[in-house]
Design a protein around this ligand. Structure first.
Ligand code: SAM
Length: 226
C-alpha cells in the first residue's frame, strides 16, 4: 500500500465525518514537507505489526508539531499517548540535540513497539517513554515543559489539560488532537463527543490562555499559556 494511503485517516465512528474533503487532505499531504525516512519506516513497521494504525496522528499534524517546536525554540516536550511513537519521534527530530520528549503510554504492546522504534533511529535517544496510566503518572512527572501534546483517552482531556497547564512554561503551547471527534461535537451524543465538547468549551472560557481550534484532520486545538 502507498505510504500516503497508510497515513490518511478514515472516519471510524458511524456518525462521524471527515472534516476536510478527502481529496483536499490528500493534496495537502502531497504538498506538505514529507516525513523523514525514519518516520516513513516507523509507519510501515507499525502497519506490519498492527491491524489498525489509524490512531497515528500522521504527517499534517506531525508537521504542525515540528513547526511549533522550531518556531518557539521549545526544548522540553511532554506527550500523553505514545501509540507506536510516530508523534514522539517527529517531535524529537525537530528538537535541538539537548532537547527531550517525555511520552506516556499504558498499552504494553504499544510500549514495546514504540521502544523498538526509538532504539532504531538517532532521534530516538531524545525520547523518554514512561510506561503506565497517564492519569496516575501526571502528578509524578517533574519539571516544566515548553510544549505538551495531548493525544490519549478522550474522556480525560479535561484532567490532562488542567495538569498540563500546571506543567507548562508561560508562553508555552498545548496541542490537543481530535477535538472535533469526526464532527460529532456539533450534536454530541456518545460520552466521548460530550466530553470533547465540554472540553472545548472549558478552554474557550479559560482566561489563562488564548487558543485556536484548527479544522485540520480531526480538529487540533493550539492553546498558548499567557
Ligand atoms: C491516538 S493514540 C496516540 C497517537 C500518537 N500520539 C501518534 O501520533 O502516533 C492514543 C494512545 O494513548 C494511549 N492511552 C490512552 N489512555 C491512556 C492513559 N490513560 N495513559 C496512557 N496512555 C493512554 C492509547 O493506548 C494509545 O496508544
Amino acid at each position: 500500500m502507498p505510504y500516503l494511503s497508510i497515513t490518511m485517516k478514515k472516519p471510524k465512528r458511524p456518525d462521524s465525518v471527515q472534516i476536510t474533503n478527502h481529496n483536499i487532505e490528500k493534496y495537502a499531504q502531497e504538498v506538505t514537507t514529507a516525513d523523514s525516512e525514519a518516520l516513513k519506516a516507523l509507519v510501515m513497521s507499525s502497519g506490519k505489526e498492527l491491524e489498525f494504525i489509524d490512531m497515528l496522528s500522521g504527517n499534517l499534524v506531525g508537521q504542525l508539531l515540528r513547526f511549533l517546536i522550531r518556531i518557539s525554540g521549545a526544548k522540553r516536550v511532554l506527550e500523553i499517548g505514545t501509540f507506536t511513537g510516530y508523534s514522539a519521534l517527529t517531535m524529537a527530530e525537530a528538537l535541538p540535540d539537548d532537547g527531550e520528549v517525555v511520552t506516556m503510554e499504558m498499552n504494553i504492546r504499544y510500549q514495546d513497539l514504540a521502544l523498538e522504534h526509538f532504539s532504531r533511529y538517532d532521534s530516538g535517544n531524545k525520547i523518554h517513554l514512561i510506561k503506565g496510566d497517564a492519569l496516575e503518572l501526571m502528578s509524578s512527572v517533574m519539571g516544566r515543559f515548553d510544549l505538551i501534546f495531548i493525544d490519549a483517552d478522550k474522556l480525560n482531556y479535561e484532567f490532562y489539560y488542567e495538569s498540563a497547564i500546571q506543567k507548562l512554561n508561560s508562553g508555552g503551547v498545548i496541542v490537543v488532537d481530535n477535538v472535533l471527534w469526526g464532527g460529532t461535537v456539533l450534536a454530541p451524543e456518545d460520552p466521548k463527543a460530550k466530553a470533547l465538547d465540554r472540553f472545548n468549551r472549558i478552554v474557550a472560557q479559560d482566561d489563562r490562555v488564548e487558543q485556536v481550534l484548527l479544522t485540520l484532520r480531526d480538529g487540533v486545538t493550539l492553546v498558548r499559556k499567557i
